[in-house]
Design a protein. Sequence first.
Length: 324
Amino acid sequence: MFWSRKSNFYPAKAVITVIFLVLVLLAGCGGEEEEKFEKEDSGDTADTDTVTVVDHKDREVEVSLEPEKIVSLSPSNTETVYALGLEDNLVGVTDYCNYPPEVEEKPVVGGYVDPNREKIMELNPDLVLADSMHEQEVHDLQDLGMEVVVLAPENFEEIFEAMDIVGEITNRRQDYRELKEELEARLEAVSEKVKDTAESERVRVYYEVDPEHLIGAGKGSIVHEIVTAAGGSNIFGDIDNRYPQLSAEEVLERQPEVVLFPDDHGTADIPEQMDNRPGWSNIPAVQEDRIHAVSGDMFSRAGPRVVEAVEIAAELFYPEQYER
């Protein structure tokens, strides 16, 4: 090929030419592969109409990409939608969804426990974000042809996972990455402030979920994660029950140094109630007046605001670290 009697170098030149052409083609393919990788990494999936996600019921769900109308059936999912800047896409919420304040302007589709299917249908959403308790609603709405994803995070990892899933469906992966980086940086800042506190010196914390029935927060609860991330030691963190019912004697026995309780139970008389419980005047938190009301929604919802809850808790646990 390409050989001539005029020169014995043509075969060598031909081989070089072929190699050069192959390298050019490979470079072109590599560029395309690199471009494809960068495109996928950026979250740009505009060349497809659907995306498949695995929700918190371990279901593989294929849904339409970039839904224009979203209905949220849980407060934590509503807060996630807002955190990702998708408030204009949110067309329906439950009457338990109260944050941010602007959410009160959104149409209500019923309660958190009992959403109204007819009202949801009237809104004709492209996507419904349900919770794990909505098993029947998920089944019914899917039978009606609606696309439903179940997001029910129970810990920090699953909170980020839920935000990632919403970001993927809405083609807002970059927004999710930026939000995640910001939240992780804030958590790291708290960790830096409390990192020198030895395990044995960590503030002993009791979170009273319900003063009437004396319910606390145990292992597996979002409260436990918040307290731990803030450098505290949950006095009932060894109980394998997210919200155990306790006795006043059990709390007294564990001698909490800080007591937190949700502000939705009122704030005026609870410290006094605790002081009047038999023996509780001997609890360090009561003696030192370290009984604090905190936002019940922020401390109980597995959504983006748990990071703010960690910041608030850390300042209550270690005020000296924040006075410097």
